[in-house]
Ligand binder design. Structure first.
Ligand code: F6R
Length: 253
């Protein structure tokens, strides 16, 4: 895993957006895996300003709330329209999202996996991280081999996500999410995090054991994972000086 430690949150967002920009410019028909949440808002904002041609790009989102339809304000479909889809030239038929109102969850999740495969696999996956180590909505205990499926959120995750949900509406208990195995199959993934409150989980994910109790630790097993954090999120990493040394001396940079 490549660990990049940058001074400020804005630097983390700039670096994340730059990786997506380079991917699209070098491979205009890229397949992107997209995340939602507070961290990603700044990434999408930056991408919009970069006048990229998304016309050949396909996207697959990580997760969606069960019982929430694409037109509901709290849906991740609505989030994506607001922060990205309606602001760039992505073709609607190329934007894939899980449908939280499907009547056949098992078949729908399998169809999502099949669609990723048909698209040729995900070239670049964006990830955030929850305070409990979740990636996508794979909460602690999720199988490292899991594929897209139904999961139950922890009370903490529901509480943390409440401010992002329409006022007066409860954050659903269940979600559909890509699995850890699905994420491990992506060709490259980039996890972004900033702020002191993410520092304990960043240390666990990077320097702790590979364990289902910290789903993000599975990324230690990913073939090409870059983790970009600010100084605050990095401050519990025991080997931060080494990571900075490696990055500074990166061949070709
Ligand atoms: C959302 C998702 C989640 C978030 C994570 C961090 O699609 O996959 O794993 O990335 O909960 O959320 P923020 O960025 O709000 O801290």
């Amino acid at each position: 895993m490549e660990i990049v430690i940058l001074p400020k949150p804005e630097d983390v967002l700039d670096a994340g957006a730059k990786i997506v920009e380079d991917q699209i410019r070098s491979h205009p028909r890229s397949v992107l895996g997209l995340a939602t949440g507070g961290t990603m808002e700044g990434v999408y904002e930056r991408l919009i300003g970069r006048r990229l041609d998304f016309s050949g790009v396909q996207t697959f989102n990580l997760d969606e709330y069960v019982g929430v339809g694409p037109d509901d304000r709290g849906s991740y479909a609505a989030y994506m329209r607001k922060y990205l889809f309606e602001r760039v030239n992505l073709k609607p038929e190329n934007c894939h999202l899980l449908d939280g109102t499907t009547s056949d969850i098992r078949a729908h999740c399998q169809a999502y996996e099949d669609a990723i495969k048909r698209a040729g696999g995900i070239d670049l996956q964006l990830l955030g991280i929850g305070h409990d180590g979740h990636i996508a909505f794979n909460e602690p205990g999720s199988s490292m081999a899991s594929r897209t499926r139904l999961k139950t959120l922890t009370p903490d995750t529901r509480k943390n996500n409440a401010p992002h949900f329409p006022e007066g509406e409860e954050v659903p208990l269940h979600v559909l999410t890509m699995g850890i195995g699905t994420i491990l199959d992506t060709r490259r993934c980039v996890l972004l995090a900033y702020g002191k409150n993410k520092s304990p989980v960043i240390a666990q994910a990077v320097e702790g054991p590979l364990t289902a109790m910290c789903p993000a630790s599975a990324l230690q097993w990913h073939r090409h994972c870059t983790l970009i954090v600010d100084e605050e999120a990095a401050h519990k990493l025991a080997r931060q000086d080494y990571y900075k040394f490696v990055y500074k001396n990166k061949p070709g940079s």
